[in-house]
Design a protein around this ligand. Structure first.
Ligand code: PRX
Length: 635
């Protein structure tokens, strides 16, 4: 079966076949890739344990699909085009041949420094081609990469390194984002103090700011690459990986505890990211594809690195931010590189909208053919602005719904095939079987309904476990409703059967498209001296989608509340990272609790939203008068 559907009829046919015979469907789709050995069985699964295995018995190396197989016909085509944070700095382009060589050389650096199949390697880097090279080099030798977003704190990095017991770290001296520099190596040094498992640190020279280098542990990227070249080690045989061997770990927030390490495996992830990339964007040979995400998030893994490269696309990597040097930067990049497909987040669109059309009007955006949206619900105003002013009414908007755990996109229009509707992710991809359930887990049948979104059958990109804690994976995703994968999202299905994701129904917030657990932020706030207890909720925020509202009980009333708020926010930045800084901090003397001591977040959410006259039943509270006080003093 060919990989790409080309019209709506073909989509419907593929969908039907994928539901009637999932193994037949995914077996035929998998024939489009390079395997070292074919599978004995396409799928083995139960959602009880859970145990999910795709393409059992097959072996492969995903980098042969990303690189080697393109050398026959695309060796001189750009695989990666890089745009610096600084508009004046020259672009860098890597053809497939060059990327292959760089990945192999860096794979040798890893090997020569003791890394081997199954080892975990932490990557904490700027958005430069070397990050993609490091990711692929890990995959080349069968090491498991764990990329940590460059905005996370030393503490967050340390937690992730310890959880996965990484033996190696790849970082850079610094990272330029707008006119700020983040001193990555310095932050990493602080993290490693509590991580004795780390034996080697490779440091890319990017910002050229001074770094401390520990003898025997720290090595510079460039000198190691030169050393490999001088040894003639610029090729590297791809490690033969079992389809179910882990490819990477990526940490993501849940409703409780610390972030968990979502594990994706080699075979299914490869098939699913490539299939979804090709079908959703309808990528055509030679096109320039620009996904504005960071490789530190799942969107960057699946749709900057793996999906596009497996499909032989040209993937543009941008180091900077949308508002530097001004709010026209994205449009300059589209204009300069003749971008055909642009994939970004509603937060970015909303933040650029507020600068008005001056930054758009003189830019030539005529190369654009498809626009994508990801990470959070897109509001109608942002959808219309994107459609009108960026797509000029000519580009379909693919509103792609998915999660770190799903590996790839599950619900989305296929560009120019599925009729779009503002704010709707529309229809499931072939192979994806969504259902809506009520609180009791009963399926909600029919259209014009809403409920909790679950998936009832595995797809190849589904997570396999959470690293080192399979039970957590089971309780988080497979225990809420029997025999279903629970997404944590609320969802509507309209009269036409189109899906619209309405947002999280658990204690996970979505701040600028980034997932942050309320418990994580509370733990960080509680670390601040004098804090007795706190409760955190999300509230609607014009730009960020959701903002963070914290209710904090202090041991004594702060003398300078403005300063105390700043200090608490700084503590959260220090412990988690700037993305988790609360937007509003209200000092309270009590929190609304039930008689059993549970905080009633529903009430706090309503107060944060400003919906104070509609708090519902407060009679079960231990002390209902707490609520009046919080209401009166709300920010
Ligand atoms: O609530 C949904 C929201 O983002 C969550 C997943 O976050 P994360 O794992 O960080 O992955 C983000 C990038 C895939 C989901 O549970 N979300 C993601 N895409 C959409 C969305 N909400 C509405 N519409 C979307 N297109």
């Amino acid at each position: 079966m060919k990989l790409q559907v080309e019209n709506f009829e073909e989509y419907e046919k593929a969908y039907q076949y994928s539901v009637e015979n999932p193994e037949g469907f995914w077996g035929e789709i998998a024939e489009n890739f390079v395997w070292k050995k074919k599978w004995n069985k396409v799928l083995d699964w139960n959602f009880k344990e859970p145990k999910i295995a795709w393409y059992q018995g097959a072996t492969l190396n995903i980098t042969e699909n990303c690189l080697d197989r393109h050398l026959a016909d695309k060796a001189d085509q750009p695989a990666i085009v890089w745009e610096s944070n600084e508009p004046n700095e020259a672009n860098r382009t890597y053809t497939y041949r060059e990327l292959h060589r760089e990945v192999c050389t860096f794979a040798q650096v890893l090997k020569q420094n003791g890394a081997k199949k199954g080892d975990r390697i932490c990557l904490y880097m700027p958005m430069v081609p070397e990050l993609a090279i490091a990711v692929l080099a890990c995959a080349r030798i069968g090491a498991i990469h764990s990329v940590v977003f460059g905005g996370f704190s030393a503490q967050s990095i340390a937690d992730r390194i310890q959880d996965a017991q990484c033996s190696m770290v790849i970082t850079a001296d610094g990272s330029h984002r707008g006119n700020k520099e983040i001193f990555l190596k310095h932050i990493m040094d602080e993290a490693i103090i509590s991580c004795p498992c780390v034996k080697k640190v490779i440091v890319l020279e990017r910002s050229m700011s001074p770094v401390s280098m520990i003898k025997g542990r720290d090595l510079f990227w460039n000198s190691e690459m030169d050393r490999m070249r001088s040894l003639g080690l610029t090729d590297c045989t791809a490690e033969e990986m079992d389809a179910e061997d882990p490819l990477f770990i990526l940490y993501t927030s849940g409703s409780t505890g610390k972030p968990k390490g979502v594990v994706h495996t080699c075979g299914g992830y490869m098939v699913f990211t490539a299939y979804t990339f090709q079908n959703i964007f309808q990528y055509q040979p030679g096109e320039m594809y620009f996904c504005t995400a960071d490789i530190g998030w799942i969107t960057g893994h699946s749709y900057i690195v793996y999906g596009p490269l497996i499909q032989g696309a040209t993937s543009l990597i941008f180091e900077g931010i949308p508002t530097y040097p001004d709010a026209g930067r994205f449009w300059d990049i589209v204009d300069k590189h003749d971008v055909n497909i642009l994939y970004t987040a509603p937060t970015a669109i909303r933040s650029l909208m507020q600068f008005g059309l001056d930054y758009v009007k003189d830019k030539d955006l005529s190369s654009l053919r498809v626009l994508g949206s990801v990470g959070e619900p897109i509001n109608e105003e942002a959808w219309n602005w994107y459609n009108e002013h960026i797509g000029k009414g000519n580009c379909p908007i693919v509103d792609t719904w998915w999660q770190t755990e799903t590996g790839g996109i599950l619900i989305s229009p296929l560009a120019n095939i599925t009729p779009t509707k503002p704010c709707y992710a529309t229809l499931p991809l072939p192979g994806v079987q969504p259902i809506l359930v009520d609180e009791k887990g009963e399926e909600i049948i029919g259209n014009g309904v809403s409920g909790n979104l679950c998936i009832k059958f595995p797809w190849p990109g589904i997570l396999r476990t959470t690293y080192g804690d399979h039970e957590r994976c089971r309780t988080n995703y497979f225990a809420t409703y029997e025999n279903l994968y629970f997404t944590g999202d609320g969802c509507m299905r309209d009269e036409g059967g189109y899906y619209r994701i309405t947002g999280r129904v658990d204690d996970v917030m979505n701040i600028s498209g980034h997932r942050i657990g309320t418990a994580e932020v509370e733990n960080a706030i509680n670390m601040f001296t004098d804090v007795i207890e706190s409760a955190v909720v999300g509230y609607p925020h014009d730009i960020k989608g959701q903002g963070i509202y914290a209710y904090v009980i202090m041991a004594s009333t702060p003398k300078d509340p403005v300063m105390a708020r700043k200090d608490i926010a700084a503590t959260v930045s220090q412990i988690i990272g700037a993305i988790a800084r609360p937007d509003k901090i209200q000092f309270v003397t009590g929190l609304p609790k039930t008689r059993s001591g549970k905080i009633m977040r529903r009430i706090l959410r309503k107060i944060a939203e400003g919906d104070i006259n509609n708090l519902g039943d407060t009679s079960t509270l231990l002390d209902p008068s707490v609520v009046d006080k919080i209401k009166e003093e709300r920010l």
